[in-house]
Design a protein around this ligand. Sequence first.
Ligand code: TYM
Length: 331
Amino acid sequence: PKKIFSGIQPTGSMHIGNYLGAVRKWVDLQEAGEDVTYCIVDMHSITLPQDPRILRLNILKMTATLLACGIDPVKSTLYVQSSVKQHTELGWILSCLTTMPRLSHLPQYKEKTKKLKDIPLGLFVYPVLQAADIMVHKATHVPVGEDQIQHIQLAQHLAKIFNYKFGTTFPQCHGMISDSCDARIKSLRNPSKKMSKSDEDQKSAIYLTDEPDQILEKIKKAVTDFTSAVTFEPETRQGVSNLIMIDSLMSGDTIEEICEDAALIDTGKYKLRVAETVIDHLNPIRSKIEEYMNNPEYLVHVLEEGRNKAAEVAERTMLEVKERVGLGAML
Ligand code: TYM
């Protein structure tokens, strides 16, 4: 049977890259009646320094945002990583099964540590904890954006090694990554990079909580090239192609339809159209986020129920894992 798991960091709020690249798929899978578990991975967020009060608030905000996007706590298990201690427990065991060179070659690690003088150990073992997230649920399918491919591969590798050493325990997991460009929404300011929460340039990402005038401003300032025609050429015209992709994913129009409709206008005018589409699409989500944020007791309740469901699965897996590894003093 299929078992779907994925996670999102509560660092800052959700941007349209997270939304189009992952969270929308999460909702589709939920609506298709799959067995789905989604996790707010706060332990991953502290691999880089966080202000405790802001982190707490961001966890609630992420919960509100996921619900506003359509995650239904009756159909999906939604919980916070740190509330289920088996994630870190399994993470430790898995860290004993891989090597430092293997982790140091991962591109996200290289990217994130580029500007750091002292590298926290947690940032280094980050992908092992991610593998534990997936494996503690014995997940078979992991819907993520393209930037997570290597991390999924590590999870596949760790499951293989574990099964080989201790007997078949974990299924192989598969990354669910769409082959169209929505797997990688680009930064509005530097379309050769992915849209990212950690980008210092505030105009590089559109957040689900952005007000209409902020969205308009960011899209107007989006970097395009010196050609004024609106054409979809993701290799050579990354900026305008990224806008077309966002437009298509939010309006439901195909890329061909969009380019045809925009045949007589230039990229400057086209940006105004994209802004309108994005604003219309995000308006109802933003007002739902506000509604949910006015009811924090409900959000906490949802997370508690989610934790109870997730903990049951995780406890079962860890009993089996400890037995297989020979941990503890059971007879
Ligand atoms: P995070 O929090 O950075 O991102 C959450 C999801 O959004 C996707 N994503 C994007 N998709 C398309 N275009 C973009 N510009 C873009 N930016 C982000 C990510 O691929 C991801 O699917 N390490 C993970 C969280 C994690 C996890 C897990 C995921 C922890 N444990 C277990 C799956 C399974 C992360 O930092 O995602």
